[in-house]
Design a protein around this ligand. Structure first.
Ligand code: FSO
Ligand code: SF4
Length: 540
């Protein structure tokens, strides 16, 4: 196997025997075969009269999402996805005058062993012999994987965009084409442009279905009843679960990236939606143990499952893990059936309390813009000197203590804007407020980084500035998996310069490609807390 798609990829070699994430060789290879099957589907879909059919767009979203870090470790499910993807490729090829001339369009297989055989020549390292070109292709592919997660969530809520699906066709076909560095660089920028569209689409899907996030205090303690813990990013699953647990005597808690569900009016109204349990994804093994009740993983991030909670952990959607019960897709126009979790919860002990208190969030664009006058006055009066965007992901590495250190070291006249699970490095610190504006403004999930961009663009307009980089704002982004690559490319497309990226730069960037990003966009690796805080406060 060879995998270098996340920040925890083994430095210098990528993951070659077993992933740090727990992905084994067979799963890694099957995921490679699934991406390759998606390339074949993309080639066929992109050649259809009338553009990429929506079912093909959805299929590509689902297939790529399955291969995002920590989403699906279940070989049986992945084999099934490959089969479905190849079947759709063949259906669409049959509508063309002839099958496109590429192995990705014509290879066949139906068994796990055949897919493993194909993976030997179809992994990311086969996409180009030139490592710089391969690096650019990786940047596009990983950006597309993150995009796929976002378009999957949006489509579940009935929101789709043909232009985004058309870009899947273009971007995936590029994986098997001979393209120059300039052509691939243009594709990287287009991936960023499409990322902005996809995040805007998901924002529309979420807010028009569940209302605009509002300032909310979320309880981090526990109640007396047994609970179900829901994690991941899928809000439609959240809705189904809250409805089906009403009046059952079972409480619902969020974990990690589901925390922002509390900020939505459509979910806040449920009295049995009690709070958030625990912290970020990588601590789940201990927290799932003490939670005592059923756990529902709607998406990534899953870590290797311990025996102590295996029997009460469920997956759904694109998430999967061998041996866990998987809740099947909702029937057309219906809901998923979470009754197995409810019944199990009724036999469980309430969660063990691991902390008490509250965290405040809900500062997505609509809420912040409602406070715009207050924010603008605070900037004009000098009460707020600087905004620091610390969005992105959390991860296992001790080096991520840097983000806690930065939050603590930033002067009291600074405001941290965040989204994604990166926030768990500092969202329980008592950092206070500035004239009623909290010093940590949490917009929501990683995709809600879109909100942070909308807020920045609005501030630029209010202050009459030409360039977003003239605002008193710094970007200190943490990345882990491919959605963060998508968010990063979106920020670059929007013209943000001088982003600090950590805890390390991506392993898949060659020195030459990294140099281009540095030169064109001023991207820099994080340094020490002291030096970075000083530089950010000086606008550097
Ligand atoms: Fe985190 Fe995992 Fe949301 Fe990611 S839980 S790391 S970028 O899946 O998607 O922020
Ligand atoms: Fe390694 Fe990350 Fe790939 Fe897992 S997803 S195998 S940790 S590079």
């Amino acid at each position: 196997m060879y995998c270098d798609q996340c920040q925890e990829s083994i430095h210098g070699t990528g993951c070659t025997a077993r992933g740090v994430c727990g992905k084994d060789e067979m799963t890694a290879k099957l995921q490679d075969a699934l991406v390759y099957a998606s390339v074949g589907l993309a080639i066929a879909a992109g050649r259809q009269q009338g553009g990429v059919p929506r079912d093909a767009g959805r299929r590509i979203s689902e297939s790529l999402f399955v291969t995002v870090t920590n989403t699906n470790f279940d070989d049986v499910a992945i084999v099934e996805e490959i089969g479905k993807t190849l079947a759709m490729r063949d259906q669409l090829n049959a509508l063309l005058p002839s099958v496109p001339e590429h192995d990705a369009s014509s290879w066949t297989g139906s068994t796990r062993d055949e897919f493993l055989q194909k993976a030997l020549t179809a992994g990311v390292e086969s996409y180009d012999i030139n490592e710089d070109l391969r690096s650019l292709k990786s940047l596009v592919l990983y950006g597309l994987k993150g995009l796929a997660a976002y378009t999957d969530h949006a489509s579940v809520l009935g929101f789709e965009d043909d232009e985004i699906y058309a870009f899947y066709a273009r971007g995936l076909e590029a994986m098997v084409q001979d393209l120059s560095a300039d052509e691939l660089t243009a594709l990287v920028i287009q991936t960023g442009a499409t990322a902005v569209k996809a995040m805007a689409l998901l924002d529309r899907a979420n807010t028009s279905t569940y209302g605009n996030p509002e300032i909310t205090k979320v309880n981090i303690g526990v109640g007396m009843k047994p609970g179900i813990l829901i994690s991941g990013h899928d809000l439609r699953d959240m809705e189904d679960l809250l409805k089906q647990t009403e009046g059952t005597g079972v409480d619902v808690y969020t974990h990690c990236e589901m925390l922002p569900a509390h900020y939505y009016p459509a979910f806040r109204k449920y009295p049995h939606f009690v709070g958030n349990y625990g912290g970020s994804w990588w601590k789940q093994d201990r927290e799932f143990e003490s939670f005592n009740g059923p756990i529902l993983m709607t998406t990534n991030c899953i870590v290797p499952v311990r025996e102590s909670y295996r029997q009460r952990m469920f997956t759904t959607g694109m998430a999967g893990y061998p041996g866990l019960q998987h809740i099947s897709a909702r029937p057309e126009g219906g809901s998923k059936d979470f009754s197995a979790l409810v019944e199990l919860a009724q036999t469980c002990q309430p969660p063990v309390e691991i902390e008490t208190g509250e965290i405040t969030g809900g500062f997505a664009h609509n809420q912040v813009l409602a406070l715009a006058d207050k924010v603008v006055d605070a900037v004009k009066s000098g009460a707020i000197k600087r905004f620091v965007v610390m969005a992105g992901c959390d991860g296992r590495h001790a080096s991520r203590k840097y983000y806690t250190g930065v939050a603590e070291a930033l002067p009291e006249d600074t405001v941290i804007m965040t989204a994604g699970c990166a926030k768990y490095r500092y969202n329980k610190l008592q950092l206070g407020d500035i004239g009623g504006i909290p010093r940590v403004l949490d917009a929501g999930q990683c995709n809600d980084s879109y909100s942070l961009a909308v807020i920045a663009l609005k501030l630029k307009e209010v202050f009459g500035l030409e360039d977003i980089n003239d605002l008193p704002i710094s970007f200190d982004i943490a990345w882990y998996e491919q959605k963060a690559v998508t968010v990063l490319l979106a920020l670059l497309y929007l013209g943000v310069k001088g982003i600090r990226l950590g805890p390390t730069l991506p392993e898949f960037l060659t020195p030459n490609v990294a140099a281009v990003l540095v030169e064109k966009f001023g991207i820099k690796p994080i340094g020490t807390v002291g030096a970075d805080v000083e530089a950010m406060m000086a606008g550097a």
